[in-house]
Design a protein around this ligand. Sequence first.
Ligand code: PGA
Length: 249
Amino acid sequence: MGKLIVGNWKMNGLGPALAEAQAVAAGLGGSLGGSGVRVGLCPPATLVERMARCLSGSSVLVGGQDCRAEASGAFTGDVSAEMLSEAGAVLVILGHSERRSGYGETDARVAAKVEAALRAGLEPIICVGETLAEREAGRAVAVVSTQVRGSLPQVLGGRPFSVAYEPVWAIGTGLTPTTAQIEEIHAAVRAEMSAVLGASGTRAPILYGGSVKPDNAAEILSVSEVGGALVGGASLKSADFLGIIAGAG
Ligand code: PGA
């Protein structure tokens, strides 16, 4: 199966940044068909609709970075999965560590958001990952396994989704785990996904995220059970992002 490479722009990007998204689409051209690589970009909510419009007709998928579990209501400042979908999103990142740590998002809250994403027809990318303290305490596998078990609702069975393993200490730091460490956690994630969801847990891709760059992408993407990448900083510049995508071919 082709890899899934998704850019997470986080809280970066005003209108002029759409030129980078267009450059990604232009750089991919029609060449994706053969390699089967799927590419997505998740801009801030304010840009989802404009990005979807300017990339329509291209192979690049547009996504949100979070959503509220409820479809509507008195939730000042929040965005629902239905709103993202109406704006043109087809993907949504859920449970990113910056949401888990900054907004106290629990596994149960993430699971409720995953259900909302499916209700709205979005393909969720569900993030998990240990902190440095948890890794140093020898708890990385246990922490990540618990997150997978708690964040993946049963209704995911048979639906398109992915899990992203993002060690918190590798995000935005330039640090990356060894390929052996990535392989160990991805195997644990796969085992947990299969235990929770049965057959469909054996198929959905497991992305790696955390300081993925053009110069380490090919090595990381060749690790067993790495089905793609979730890219933060290096997705803001089309040349870097295209360089990462080239490593997935
Ligand atoms: P990074 O971020 O690539 O800048 O480390 C990854 C992420 O947070 O998804």
